[in-house]
Write a protein that binds this ligand. Structure first.
Ligand SMILES: CC(=O)SCCNC(=O)CCNC(=O)[C@H](O)C(C)(C)COP(=O)(O)OP(=O)(O)OC[C@H]1O[C@@H](n2cnc3c(N)ncnc32)[C@H](O)[C@@H]1OP(=O)(O)O
Ligand SMILES: O=C([O-])CC(=O)C(=O)O
Length: 464
């Protein structure tokens, strides 16, 4: 059969990993992945057998006591972070993805399905493939009734992230992986039910997350049915009750695509990987990841930023001068608190996700007079110099959380304790992708060596 390939018009300079073309293929995600797996298995076999002894770095005492920062110690397929340039998904930068990944009908932003396809397969999907995946996700979106009853029984005073983690863990009752494992499935086939679970979980996350939102913030309102002709985030927005706000829906699409993956060492992705390495099923693994995301130094920072910016706004009023912001930043730092939304474990420049969200705002007239977005922008002009003068943080620049929640607030989505749940819907794309690859590549149990301080001192003495 003659298959015509269409090279996408924009070819980036550094796109080493991805087959940067959209083929006319109508192969499903599962079929595409099945084609890619043998190549990757062979690549891993060679790395192990031919290069297993190559040294890629030293381990210093400062790495061991410093949160393993800088250690090159994990395999992660879908994305790699450069400290200065930021994230690349299979070699593609965020602007590359914005140019090439299919969007929703009537929309312009990247959608979760096209990002998921890229992360899982390393290939840019066709529009048809993306639509096929949207339909599959919509068809698998309903929650089992016992999970609905479980989340409905939770007190609305329980943080939405705790509720999300509970709901995701409970979905494991129907895990295909767990059932197949119990029946004695061969290791080489683990990836198949793992993929099934991952797709099912990604499909159900918006329904679960929207149910939590309704229970906590809009009690007594009923959710519309899942629309089989909509993309995942289009449905999520609908279920939340914001479906008629096109701009907010587009923002959610971009937000969820961009937060999908940030290589493997971040706390949520790493947690999913660690738990998954014990052969816990994807629901349990991702539930654990959500509780890492719920910490204020990680995903919860997007709620903290809004709280902090609103407190700043209340204190300085309408006079949002650089000097007033600077004084508020110093007050935060002298109070012994971190400036939320600034700094990063790896990045050493402004986060390109922050830039992409700022560009989203800059391209829309409604943000030019938005008090909260103007305050975020002005803060980002002042904070780096203040943090440099403060002299502690290795990265004084804004990360993605510096604006992500504030844009939601602008749109009237003001329930800030819910914001990290949206991040949790997104991070599944990357964390679950890696679980599929971990099983397809037969990666082992993760179990690093630890030392006590006494044992470290002994090692130090021995090294002299
Ligand atoms: C999606 C995400 O997870 S992005 C990150 C979201 N988190 C935030 O925005 C919270 C604010 N930022 C921070 O707390 C940090 O920058 C982190 C947690 C993101 C990274 O932490 P680290 O890798 O340890 O940063 P770094 O090496 O620069 O830290 C050195 C010192 O600077 C401090 N520092 C780092 N960032 C900040 C900040 N934004 N405000 C004040 N102090 C800071 C650290 O607390 C540390 O102080 P210590 O020596 O007293 O412990
Ligand atoms: O990479 C990190 O450590 C934190 C982060 O930005 C993310 O997980 O999105």
């Amino acid at each position: 059969m003659f298959v015509q390939s269409r090279i996408v018009r924009f070819i980036p300079k550094h796109a080493p990993y991805v087959a940067f073309r959209r083929s006319a293929s109508t192969k499903s995600l599962q079929e595409t992945l099945r084609d890619v797996i043998p190549e990757k298995q062979e690549q891993l076999r060679k790395l192990k057998s031919e290069h297993g002894q190559v040294v890629v770095g030293d381990v210093k005492i400062e790495n061991i006591i410093g949160g393993m920062r800088g250690l090159k110690a994990m395999l992660w397929e879908a994305s790699v972070l450069d400290a200065n340039e930021g994230i690349r998904f299979h070699g593609l930068t965020i602007p590359d993805c914005q140019k090439t990944l299919p969007s929703a009908p009537g929309g312009k932003e990247i959608i979760a399905e096209s990002m998921l396809w890229l992360l899982l397969t390393g290939k840019v999907p066709t529009v048809e493939q993306t639509r096929q995946l949207s339909r599959e996700l919509a068809e698998k979106g309903e929650l089992p009734s016992f999970v609905e009853e479980l989340v409905d029984s939770l007190p609305c005073t329980l943080h939405p992230m705790t509720q999300l983690g509970i709901g995701v863990a409970a979905l494991n009752r129907d895990s295909s992986f767990q059932a197949a494992y119990e029946k004695g499935m061969k290791k080489s086939e683990y990836w198949i039910p793992t993929l099934e679970d991952c797709i099912s979980l990604i499909a159900k996350l918006p329904t679960l997350a929207a149910r939590i939102y309704r229970n906590v913030y809009k009690p007594g309102t009923s959710m519309p049915p899942i629309n089989k002709d909509l993309d995942l985030v289009g449905n999520y927005s609908n279920l939340l009750g914001y479906g008629n706000n096109h701009n907010l829906t587009e923002y959610l699409r971009l937000y969820i695509a961009l937060h999908g993956d940030h290589e493997g060492g971040n706390a949520s992705a790493h947690t999913a990987h660690l738990v998954g390495s014990t052969l816990s099923d994807p629901y349990l693994s991702y539930s654990a990841a959500l509780f890492a995301l719920a910490g204020p130094l990680h995903g919860l920072a997007n709620q903290e930023v809004l709280r902090w910016q609103l407190a700043m706004q209340a204190e300085i009023g309408d006079n949002i001068s650089h000097d007033n912001i600077k004084a508020y930043l110093w007050k935060t730092l002298k109070g012994g608190q971190v400036v939320p939304g600034y700094g990063h474990g790896v990045l050493r420049n402004p986060d390109p996700r922050f830039i992409a969200l700022q560009e989203f705002c800059n391209s829309r007239p409604e943000f030019q007079t938005s008090p909260i977005i103007q305050l975020v922008n002005k803060t980002s002009e002042v904070a780096p110099d203040v943090l440099k003068e403060h002299g502690k943080t290795k990265n004084p620049y804004p990360n993605v959380d510096a604006t992500s929640g504030c844009v939601l607030y602008h749109y009237g989505f003001t329930e800030f304790k819910y914001y990290t749940v949206i991040f949790g819907v997104s991070r599944a794309l990357g964390a679950l992708t890696q679980l599929v690859w971990a099983r397809a590549l037969g990666l082992p149990l993760e179990r690093p060596k630890s030392y006590s301080m006494d044992a470290l001192e002994k090692l130090i003495k021995e090294s002299y």
